[in-house]
Design a protein around this ligand. Structure first.
Ligand SMILES: NC(=O)c1ccc[n+]([C@@H]2O[C@H](COP(=O)([O-])OP(=O)(O)OC[C@H]3O[C@@H](n4cnc5c(N)ncnc54)[C@H](O)[C@@H]3O)[C@@H](O)[C@H]2O)c1
Length: 330
């Protein structure tokens, strides 16, 4: 098979850097674009890199005019649900106008395949569980709305301009590749597993979970955790599948949910100490339960999550944070 040349936009971030590592190992020739607003130079593994902001249409147009890629992977977004509620303008700017610039540059330069990081946030509060791809889309945060808007834009660009797209709706990405020095380093970190681990390692003084009065078995939110390298594998398969299907929309999850308290118990097991989180108020935009019906992606991609066991995920996060208590150096 010919070596694929791919562009990874947002490749210095958490999921993009793990994908870049995976795709390089799978024989792709990878170029990373990132504005480093949230990403880390130290998460790059010697791939070609250029610093650019998708909000600047001329830069991405020039790059795509000078280079040809077999596929473009778009991970670059702002992704804090709470922040999107208080500052929606930033989300409409960075999650809609910036990718619009990219799509226009793709159209002008005849790049016709894109894999897009969508989210289970497109569904809003579930009416039925587990969530199937056909579930009504009624996002309850500006973040979720921006993801749905891009899915719609991709559908329209496919119909009118022949751009083939895969929108992959991730549930909760988790885990890392500590042996490669790759981890999760969001600033601020809002994800439960790294925050629980940081607290257990005494790197943070406080640790809270948000709400214990949800209509779930133990009152805390339930989420579906999928390993970041399982996500990475599904992305490359999705690119292959774009040869036969022009519009793909799939859930990427495991089909199993864990409550926030179950996560705390699992981190307590790995830490060999009992963690007692504070119980904070509910966070706006947090549905009680988000669990995927991932059978369509299993069937269509011929893929299964193989690394998404909870205790293994937590042990990896523990290792990476222990090795990098201050996060990436740059
Ligand atoms: N982390 C999750 O659990 C999760 C779940 C569902 C969907 N997603 C989606 O997956 C994608 C990646 O998430 P992540 O957790 O790796 O986030 P991240 O913040 O770690 O990575 C995003 C990267 O994009 C870069 N970026 C942002 N705006 C840019 C711009 N305008 N131009 C160039 N680069 C830009 C950032 O610097 C960062 O490196 C996002 O689109 C997110 O919405 C993530």
């Amino acid at each position: 098979m010919k070596e694929k040349r791919i562009l990874v936009i947002g490749g210095a971030g958490y999921i993009g850097s793990h994908f870049t590592y995976y795709a390089t190992g799978a024989g792709c020739h990878v170029t990373v674009v990132d504005n480093l607003s949230k990403g880390h130079l130290s998460a790059l593994r010697g791939n070609a890199f250029f610093r650019a902001d998708l909000n600047d249409p001329a830069v991405i147009l020039e790059h795509l005019s000078d280079n040809h890629y077999d596929g473009i992977f778009h991970f670059a977004a702002s992704c804090l649900v709470g922040e999107s509620m208080s500052d929606p303008a930033h989300y409409y700017q960075n999650n809609i106008l910036a990718p619009f610039n990219m799509l226009e540059a793709m159209r002008a330069t005849r790049h016709d395949k894109i894999v897009f990081s969508s989210s289970c946030a497109v569904y809003g509060a579930p009416r039925t569980l587990p969530l199937k791809e056909g579930h009504p889309k009624d996002p309850i945060s500006p973040y979720g709305r921006t993801k749905l808007a891009i899915e719609w834009m991709l559908e329209d660009y496919g119909r009118a301009y022949g751009i083939r797209s895969a929108s992959l709706r991730y549930f909760n990405a988790a885990g890392c590749e500590p042996s490669e020095g790759l981890g999760e380093d969001h600033r601020p970190e809002t994800h439960l597993i790294p925050n629980a681990v940081r607290y257990a390692l005494k790197l943070d003084d406080r640790f809270a979970i948000f709400g214990n009065d949800y209509p779930t078995p133990d009152g805390t939110c339930v989420r579906d955790y999928i390993h970041v390298m399982d996500l990475a594998e599904a992305h490359l398969i999705a690119l292959e599948k774009l040869a036969e299907a022009s519009l793909i929309r799939l859930n990427l999850g495991t089909g199993s949910g864990f409550s926030n308290l179950e996560i705390v118990q699992a981190v307590s097991r790995v830490a060999k100490m009992e963690l007692r989180p504070e119980i904070g108020p509910r966070r706006p935009g947090d549905p009680p339960e988000l669990v995927a019906d991932a059978s369509e992606s299993f069937d269509f991609l011929g893929w299964r999550p193989v690394r998404s066991q909870l205790d293994a995920i937590i042990s990896e996060v523990w290792k990476w944070i222990s090795d990098n208590p201050a996060g990436y150096p740059e």
